[in-house]
Design a protein around this ligand. Structure first.
Ligand code: AHR
Length: 675
């Protein structure tokens, strides 16, 4: 026995080849045991060291995952930067409404002559001709602003006084412009209000804190000016005070908590295709995502909307630290997405070679920003943001699903060599194309071997059955070659729904990743987040709208593997008969000493099992937590707003070294045994 036992189907096949005679002799015996699987775990040995960091998350701003999602800014288009490059009918005033209250008259126009910062070029001029009860603008956020009763919200805006009375300096600029900033419900009833006065020609930030008097699902933020004149406005914001770990400019608490509950060992960001963008200068520039939010560059997100980068590198590194996960940023390899257009090389284009040194410097600066002392140039900007200690970056992805062309290889190698020379401590993760096989996969692996890369990033979105058919994929991988990061994967079932079937296929795949945890170092399901009504890609792990978070069966699989990770793999032998659709893995968590056994039954029938923890004394009772994830059938999905039909059910048991159990039809069972 080699100890790598997989799906029972492949094992049964091997046996049949071993001797037809045996089959004849054993027919009667097999029939008798057809529904009792034998699972033997070598529980007394040290096991094989495996990645302690296998299960992580992949965060990309698609499906409104950042703005309108994990980044809890409640005003949409706060800096008037929306543009038709994002959606044909978008413009700087999109999602803003001019308000003329009580006989008032005035206008709002877009300006760019005197911006707060060059990265934030547009702002608005609000002109009051007849004050009435106020001329202003309002914003209803992302599908209506949701306020929770009793919660505090920081409302703010930047402004300066353009003129009073008449335009062009004929008015009296010695008196300020009185404004009110308020929260209203959809009927115009005022929920909270603050008064301010705008004077002077310098851009100045004005703030107020509002307490929501009641829970409202469709509020709007309104800013009204009350005298003849004009004021310039930008960065009009409403931000909940309650963020994850109460970080300023922090993350939406419930969504961040759902991610934290996965106990991910790493967080990959910012993508995905967002990394390289469509078009050569459209890549995600990390430097534009740090610093004061009013100085960050917002702009087109290749998924067809706008990104403010309010949730930028600082916030993501901080989040990783808060949840005890490694940061795993990915930078472009100096090429844009091969699906970007109709240019040669399947649409892929490279940065001009004379721009590469500056680009490579940006990559090196990222490492200094993350890890350098607070006295270094980029370390100082991290310290200025409130984090003088280094973040401890260890891994850096270079490239995402790129076509492995000469254009790609030349630029990747330039970046890689610079990193090796300046930062040999950083593990560079290469890319081997978008699929589990094929030209880019083969060429990517050949290139990785040539460069002796420490790790490469494999991606596959495939059918549930593919996972079951490929449980042995990594068993034969060369142990001396690059390690594997399965950076994006998901089982795509019929209709791309988050069925129990798809989740269990991923669970079966994860057992094979654990068994091969000496090769498969990281794995992240993708994509992570999707806002209902604004989703470009299905399936996703977590769905949400403004007030709610919806957890899929796929989420619970990731959670059970994340919460029950190990760092040593124990030989696990599964013998279940040719018809079974069963997978299992066993790990030890050295920190707690727990032995963790995972069993996935993808079949329509329950499976009776004899489990043997070989090498443990037979008469000693051990405490175990048993968690079962199952549902009514393989097509089961968790419907929004209803009690989830697929969710883990936990119980405690007392076990001996030999015990029996039933793996229910369509289930993942996790035993966590206190040896
Ligand atoms: O996860 C969604 C997309 O799938 C990613 O952006 C890309 O890398 C992959 O093709």
């Amino acid at each position: 026995m080699d100890g790598h036992l997989y799906s029972s189907r492949s094992r049964a096949g091997t046996r049949i080849k071993a001797g037809l005679l045996l089959v004849a002799v054993c027919l009667a015996v097999s029939a008798a045991h057809a529904h009792v699987a034998q699972l033997t775990i070598q529980a007394d040995g040290p096991g094989k060291p495996i990645s302690p960091d296998l299960v992580g998350v992949f965060f990309e701003d698609l499906n409104y995952a950042a703005d309108g999602g994990l980044y809890p800014e409640l005003v949409q288009n706060r800096s008037f930067e929306y543009s038709p490059t994002e959606q044909p009918d978008w413009h700087p005033l999109k999602f803003w409404e001019l308000q003329k209250r009580g006989g008032a008259d005035g206008s709002v126009t877009v300006a760019n002559m005197r911006p707060i910062h060059r990265n934030n070029p547009h702002y608005v001029l609000l002109t009051v001709r007849t004050p009435g009860e106020g001329v202003g603008i309002s914003n209803s956020g992302f599908d209506g602003i949701v306020l929770q009763a009793g919660e505090k919200y920081d409302a703010s805006f930047w402004a300066y006084q353009a003129f009073m009375g008449q335009m062009w300096g004929r008015g009296d600029n010695s008196k300020p412009m009185p404004v009110t900033l308020r929260l209203e419900d959809k009927n115009g009833d005022v929920l909270a209000e603050a008064s301010m006065e705008i004077g002077g020609r310098a851009w100045t930030k004005f703030s107020a804190t509002f307490v929501a008097p009641r829970t409202v699902n469709d509020a709007r933020l309104v800013l009204l000016a009350h005298d003849r004149g004009g004021i310039c406005l930008d960065m009009i914001s409403l931000f909940p005070q309650k963020t994850f770990r109460n970080r300023p400019n922090g993350l939406r608490a419930d969504l961040a908590q759902a991610i934290a509950d996965l106990q991910p060992k790493f967080v990959r960001f910012p993508g995905g295709c967002l990394v390289h963008g469509q078009g050569i200068h459209q890549y995600y520039n990390w430097k534009e995502s740090i610093g004061p939010v009013e100085q960050r560059r917002s702009g087109r997100n290749l998924w067809g909307y706008s990104q403010t980068r309010g949730l930028g590198y600082f916030e993501l590194f901080q989040f990783c630290e808060d949840i005890g996960a490694q940061s795993l940023p990915v930078v472009t390899a100096g090429v844009c997405c091969q699906h970007a257009g109709s240019s040669p090389n399947r649409g892929q284009e490279g940065l001009p070679l004379d721009e590469m040194p500056a680009y490579i410097q940006d990559v090196l600066d990222l490492i200094e920003w993350a890890n350098g002392p607070a006295t270094s140039e980029w370390g100082a900007t991290r310290a200025a943001a409130g984090h003088p200690e280094p973040f401890g970056l260890k891994y850096l992805g270079v490239g995402n699903e790129d076509a492995i062309t000469p254009i790609f290889k030349e630029r990747f190698q330039m970046i890689y060599e610079a990193l090796q020379e300046r930062h040999p401590e950083i593990v560079v993760i290469g890319t081997v194309g978008p699929f589990a096989g094929g030209e880019d996969y083969d060429n990517g692996w050949a290139f990785a071997r040539e460069l002796k890369l420490e790790m490469v990033d494999e991606h596959y979105y495939v059918s549930p059955q593919w996972f079951w058919d490929n449980l042995e994929r990594y068993d034969a991988y060369d142990r001396k070659s690059s390690k594997v990061y399965v950076g994006e994967y998901a089982a795509h079932d019929r209709g791309r729904r988050n069925t129990l079937r798809s989740a269990l296929a991923e669970a079966a795949g994860l057992t094979s990743f654990e068994r091969n945890g000496d090769v498969v170092w990281f794995a992240s399901y993708a994509p992570l987040l999707a806002r209902r009504g604004h989703t470009q890609w299905h399936p996703d792990m977590i769905y949400f709208d403004s007030p709610n978070v919806y957890l899929t069966p796929n989420y619970y699989v990731q959670q059970l593997f994340g919460q029950n990770s190990g760092d040593r793999y124990l030989e696990t032998i599964l013998d279940a008969g040719a018809e079974a659709k069963l997978a299992a893995s066993s790990v030890v968590n050295s920190r707690t000493g727990d032995l963790i056994v995972k069993i996935v039954n993808g079949a329509d029938e329950p499976m009776e099992m004899n489990v043997r923890l070989a090498g443990l004394p037979s008469d000693v009772s051990m405490k175990a937590t048993k968690t079962v994830l199952t549902g009514p059938d393989a097509d089961a999905v968790n419907e929004d707003g209803k009690t989830p039909v697929v969710k883990p059910d936990e119980s405690t048991e007392s076990l001996k070294a030999a015990f029996t159990c039933t793996a229910p039809a369509h289930s993942l069972t996790v035993y966590r045994i206190d040896r």
